[in-house]
Design a protein around this ligand. Structure first.
Ligand SMILES: Cc1ncc(COP(=O)(O)O)c(C=O)c1O
Length: 380
């Protein structure tokens, strides 16, 4: 019994998006937030901050910047200046700001699919054409797109929206793959918006590689979007940051707020600083627990529900389940109606998600076991 991660927290009748979207008898395993408390060190830090009663508009202090810079160096071997950091109220607003600032009308944006809905739908907010490149599972269990299709999509495009690690398939890009991708973008003069929100959720000893860390020329055309929100489970504090090493690019990006993207949450800034500076031991325990959940889930599905195919994710606490062999018209609906368990519908991630569901295994093992039992019941 793990004292932190095996405890089932009652989240009904809280303000949780995840736990209020369905009737109370439905087990929610959809949106990417974990059913664990935040690290005690973060909660203590927030309490301490509240000892001062003023909660006015907040600014990223020099101490905050120094903590984030030290983290990027320690975690990814990535040396950046404090000035490169732009605090944001979320990765999704940052992604839209980037498109508003950088993507000219008439030039397409490239996105790999299936993809996290707000990334897949961002180009449309700005009236931009989108080219989608399909990720396919390979025989070795890796998700890849056709290199020729990717190269042709990037030709004449303005921007690549990269998700690394990739939601929903859990792909963690290798250094070599990223270098090749970055060089291709350079060759085609394509800007890169790299959503790296799941960066600290890699399994099996893998290390995350920020694409901008590979080469100054790639960095000069990249806006990296990061947050402590996924790995440290503080998404509701709505705090993220961009890393933009090129001063001119940073200036252009900041002009892209269009009056829509506001300043950062005062408690979110503090929680981010503490997460990156002091919560690593908690993160290491979390990763071991999540990896155990991932492996348990894969074994349980293989043994008990062979009609569902799961490729073991390299990162994230999300499992992309191929339910096509079950012959259900709408697997997500079927599992809610007949099993009282709610996953994300595959089609939310694009046409390529037809016949898939996304399961969130960031929860106590007991809930995961219950989720699988409910799936099995729905298929009886
Ligand atoms: C790939 C990806 N990007 C961004 C987000 C959300 O970011 P934010 O809440 O900071 O806007 C999520 C949340 O699930 C995500 O999976």
């Amino acid at each position: 019994m793990h004292p932190l991660f095996d405890t089932v927290l009652p989240r009904h009748a809280t303000d949780s998006t995840k736990w209020s979207a369905y009737p109370a008898d439905v087990l929610p395993m959809w949106i990417a937030d974990m059913d664990f408390g935040a690290a005690p060190v973060i909660l203590d830090g927030i309490r301490e901050r509240l000892a001062h009663p003023a909660l006015g508009y907040a600014v990223a202090t020099q101490a905050w910047r120094a903590e984030v810079v030290a983290y990027l160096q320690r975690q990814y071997g990535w040396a950046v200046d404090e000035a490169a950091l732009v605090p944001l109220p979320g990765v999704v607003p940052g992604c839209n700001m980037a498109l508003a600032a950088l993507a000219p009308p008439g030039k397409p944006v490239v996105v790999k699919v299936p993809n996290y809905p707000p990334l897949r739908l961002a180009a449309a907010h700005w009236g931009l054409e989108q080219r989608e490149v399909l990720l396919r599972p390979q025989a070795d269990g890796q998700w890849q797109c056709d290199p020729a299709q990717l190269a042709s999509a990037l030709r004449g495009a303005s921007t690549l929206l990269l998700s690394n690690p990739h939601n929903p398939v859990g792909k963690a890009y290798s250094r070599e793959a990223l270098l090749e991708l970055g060089q291709l973008c350079e060759q085609e003069n394509v800007m890169i918006v790299s959503d790296e929100i799941h960066a600290d959720l890699l399994f099996d000893g893998r290390r995350h590689v920020p694409i901008a860390s590979l080469d100054p020329a790639i960095s000069a055309r990249t806006i990296t979007l990061m947050a402590a929100s996924k790995a440290y489970n503080i998404a509701g504090l709505k705090t993220a940051f961009a890393v933009i090493t090129d001063p001119a690019l940073r200036k252009r990006f900041q002009q892209g707020h269009k009056g829509l993207v506001d300043s950062v949450n005062v408690l979110g800034l503090e929680a981010t600083r503490i997460a990156l500076g002091q919560a690593q031991p908690w993160l290491a325990e979390l990763l071991a627990y999540l990896q155990g959940n991932r492996d348990w889930l894969l074994a349980a599905l293989t043994e008990r529900l062979p009609g569902i195919r799961m490729l073991s994710p390299e990162a994230t606490y999300l499992a992309w389940l191929d339910c096509r062999a079950l012959g259900l018209e709408n697997p997500q609906k079927h599992f809610v109606q007949h099993g009282r368990v709610a996953f994300s519908a595959g089609t939310d991630f694009g046409e390529a998600g037809q016949g898939f569901v996304r399961l969130n295994f960031g929860c106590p093992r007991a809930l995961l076991e219950e989720g699988v039992a409910r799936m099995a019941r729905a298929l009886e």
